[in-house]
Design a protein around this ligand. Structure first.
Ligand code: S3P
Length: 175
């Protein structure tokens, strides 16, 4: 598939900057941005927190898989940002590979904690000891993200345009 026709998919932990980087790439490349969480929220007319509360995490994970399956049938050449837990399922990683370039935005736990200090929208990080939750989840997920990725970008201390530049250089797209 020609480079310019492939989707660019952003994976990474909550707070790694997938949405901000996705918006910037979409603007710079004039490509449509699709966010799996937003697609699910629109389809079910509920927030992610409400979906977790009503149906539970497992059902949300099924929705994510269905969302990827639908994306495979849609026109290519998009920027796709996916929820932080989506690459954990084996079948989802297969689907991601079929969808296009998989770019892992690698972030340190401290950065996540700073960025999401006041966040109430991520059900998995609510309650006591957020820092410990972030550390243990990230430790568990990091090897899986790495195995799913075609390109790994360290994001700590970088501005959005720097990250976008690195992604485009790695893929070989000039802007
Ligand atoms: C989740 C990440 C969230 C959202 C849901 C679960 C996760 O998306 O899909 O709260 O398991 O890491 P973001 O990564 O966009 O925050």
């Amino acid at each position: 598939m020609a480079v310019k026709m492939k989707n660019i998919i952003l994976i990474g932990f909550m707070g790694s900057g997938k949405t901000s980087v996705g918006i910037r790439l979409s603007y710079r490349l004039r490509r449509t941005l699709t966010d799996t969480d937003k697609k699910i929220e629109r389809l079910y007319r509920m927030s992610i927190s409400e979906i977790f509360g009503r149906f539970g995490e497992e059902e949300f994970r099924n929705m994510e898989t269905q969302c990827l399956e639908k994306l495979l049938e849609e026109p290519k050449g998009r920027i796709i940002s996916v929820g932080g837990g989506l690459p954990m399922r084996d079948c989802n990683r297969e689907l991601l590979k079929k969808l296009g370039w998989v770019v892992y935005l690698r972030v340190k736990p401290l950065t996540v904690c700073e960025r999401l200090e006041a966040d109430t929208s991520r059900p998995l990080l609510q309650g006591e000891d957020r820092e410990e939750k972030v550390r243990s989840l990230l430790e568990q997920r990091a090897p899986v993200y790495e195995s799913a990725a075609d390109i790994i970008i360290d994001v700590d201390g970088k501005i959005v345009d720097e990250i976008a530049d690195e992604i485009l250089q790695n893929i070989g797209i000039a802007t």
